[in-house]
Design a protein around this ligand. Structure first.
Ligand code: CAO
Length: 426
C-alpha cells in the first residue's frame, strides 16, 4: 500500500534562506528516486533537490521565490514500500548510521546530499546563470553556457536558450550574446596558433567570478568618469608626522585611511552617492550606514573587501583594519561576509603609478573612487608657482542616479576635504 511521506529540505551546507527558483514537478507527476524536484539558488550557486524515493508527487508546499532552509517541507510524496533492490547501499547505510545523533530515531534514507564542497564546485568557474538541469542539458550537447543567450529571469540561461543556440549553430549563424534586451555581436574566434606557439593558462577562480561581475556592471550601468586633483601637501606632512606614532602601534599609516575618512564624510554630505537604485528603477535606497569596499590586488586577482562604519572609526583603527583585511585577502582567507554590504568603493593604484584611470562601478553601488599616484607639481597660487603634492582622483558613477554636476561637486568636495583635513571635523 502507498504511504504518504514528507520530503524535507536536506542539509545543503552552510546556506540559509536560499531562494526557490524552479519547481520542476507538478502534483500527480511520477518521479524516480534522485529525480530533481526543485531548484534553489543562493548568491554562490544553484542546486537541484532530488527526490528521496520513487513515487507520485502529492502536494507542493513551496512556491517560486520562497526562501527555504534545512528541514523545510518541500512536498508530499506517495511512495510504495521500498523493495530490497531499492534500499541504500550497505556502506552508505553504515555512514548514515554513524552520522546519526545518539538517541535519534532511524529515518527514511535522506536524498543524495550535496556537500558544501559540491556547492563550491558548482559555483567555481561558472559564470553563466543556469539551473543544474540546464547545465546538464548544455553539457550533453557540448554547448558553452557563457555563449548562449540568457532570456530567463535575473539573466538565467533557459533550456530554450540552449536549444536556440544549437539551432543557430546548425544553421551556421553565430549566436549573439545577449544582455537583457540588448544583443551584442559576438567577437570572432581567433586561432592564435596559426601565428606562432601558444599556451592555454586557466583563469583563476577569482578572475572568473570578478570578470563576470565586472562585465555585468559595465554592461548594465551608464558610466561617466569625472577626474580631479587634490592638493595633499599638508595632509602628507601630517601623515609623515604621525608615522612614528603609528609604527609604535605596529601600523603603517598610508594615504588610504585618510581617503577612507574623506570619502565617508563626502558620502554623508552627498547621500545620493551612498544609495542604490531600487530594483524597479523607481526609487533610491538611501543607506544610513557607511561601509566602503577597498579594492585589493591579490596574486589570484582583484577582490573588494568591505570595511564597515568608517565614519565611526579613527585613522589608526582604519589603518589596522586595512592591514588585517588586505592580509586576509592576499592569503585567500576572506569570508563571503567580508565582501558584502558595501555602499561605495575605493580603488587605489597610487602605490603602483599612473596618472588616471576609469574604474568600473561595483553595482549595486552607484560610484567608485579611483586614486592614482600623487606627484609634486608646480601649482600657480595667484602670484607664483609653488611645488605642491597633487593627488589624481577618478570618480566613476552610475549616470542613472548621479548627474554630471553632482559628480563634479563630489570630486570638488573630496579634494577640499583632502586639501584641508581639518574640514573632516566640521
Ligand atoms: N600616491 C603616492 N604614493 C602612494 C599612493 C598615492 N596615491 N598610495 C599609496 N602610496 C604609497 C604608500 O604610501 C606606500 O609608500 P611607502 O611604502 O613609502 O610608505 C606605497 O605606496 C605602497 O602602498 P600600498 O599600496 O601598499 O598601501 P595602501 O594603503 O595605499 O593601499 C591597498 C592598500 C590594499 C589598497 C593596495 O595595496 C592595493 O592592493 N592596491 C591595488 C588596488 C587595485 O588593484 N585596484 C584596481 C582595481 S580595478 O578598478
Amino acid at each position: 500500500m502507498a504511504n504518504l511521506i514528507e520530503v524535507l529540505l536536506p542539509d545543503i551546507g552552510d546556506f540559509h534562506n536560499v531562494e526557490v527558483i524552479e519547481i520542476l514537478v507538478s502534483p500527480g507527476d511520477r518521479v524516480e528516486r534522485d529525480s530533481s524536484l526543485i531548484t534553489l539558488e543562493s548568491d554562490k550557486a544553484s542546486l537541484e533537490i532530488p527526490s528521496p524515493q520513487a513515487g507520485e508527487v502529492g502536494e507542493i508546499k513551496v512556491r517560486l521565490g520562497d526562501k527555504v532552509n534545512v528541514g523545510d517541507l518541500v512536498l508530499t510524496l506517495k511512495v510504495e514500500p521500498e523493495t530490497p533492490g531499492e534500499a541504500a547501499e550497505p556502506a552508505e547505510d553504515a555512514a548514515l548510521e554513524a552520522a546519526r545523533a545518539p538517541g535519534e530515531k532511524a529515518r527514511q534514507r535522506p536524498p543524495v546530499m550535496p556537500t558544501p564542497a559540491d556547492m563550491a564546485g558548482i559555483a567555481r568557474g561558472r559564470n553563466a546563470h543556469a539551473s543544474p538541469a540546464v547545465r546538464r542539458f548544455a553539457r550533453e550537447l557540448g554547448v558553452d553556457l557563457n555563449r548562449a543567450a540568457a532570456t530567463g529571469p535575473k539573466g538565467r540561461v533557459l533550456k530554450e536558450d540552449v536549444q536556440t543556440f544549437v539551432k543557430q549553430a546548425l544553421k551556421g549563424e553565430r549566436p549573439a550574446l545577449t544582455a537583457g534586451a540588448f544583443a551584442l555581436p559576438a567577437l570572432p574566434e581567433v586561432d592564435f596558433s596559426k601565428y606562432g606557439k601558444v599556451e592555454f593558462v586557466p583563469l583563476s577562480r577569482i578572475k572568473k567570478l570578478s570578470g563576470a561581475h565586472l562585465h555585468r556592471c559595465w554592461l548594465n550601468l551608464p558610466h561617466v568618469t569625472q577626474f580631479g586633483e587634490a592638493d595633499i601637501t599638508e595632509l602628507e606632512a601630517f601623515r609623515l608626522g604621525l608615522r612614528g606614532e603609528a609604527e609604535q602601534s605596529g601600523l603603517k599609516l598610508t594615504l588610504m585611511p585618510f581617503l577612507m575618512k574623506a570619502c565617508a564624510a563626502a558620502l554623508k554630505a552627498m547621500p545620493e552617492f551612498n544609495s542604490s537604485l531600487a530594483p524597479d528603477g523607481e526609487s533610491l535606497v538611501m543607506k544610513k550606514y557607511v561601509h566602503i569596499g577597498v579594492a585589493v590586488d591579490t596574486p589570484n586577482g582583484l577582490v573588494v573587501p568591505v570595511i564597515r562604519d568608517l565614519d565611526r572609526k579613527s585613522l589608526f583603527e582604519l589603518a589596522a583594519e586595512l592591514k588585517a583585511t588586505s592580509g586576509r585577502a592576499r592569503d585567500g582567507k576572506l569570508s563571503p561576509a567580508d565582501l558584502q554590504g558595501g555602499c561605495f568603493s575605493i580603488s587605489s593604484l597610487g602605490g603602483i603609478g599612473g596618472t588616471a584611470f576609469t574604474p568600473i562601478v561595483n553595482a549595486p553601488e552607484v560610484a567608485v573612487l579611483g586614486v592614482s599616484r600623487a606627484e609634486t607639481k608646480p601649482v600657480w597660487n595667484g602670484s607664483e608657482f609653488r611645488p605642491r603634492l597633487m593627488l589624481p582622483l577618478s570618480l566613476s558613477y552610475d549616470h542613472r542616479v548621479i548627474d554630471g554636476a553632482q559628480g563634479a561637486r563630489f570630486v570638488v568636495l573630496l579634494a577640499s576635504l583632502l586639501g584641508d583635513i581639518r574640514r573632516l571635523l566640521l
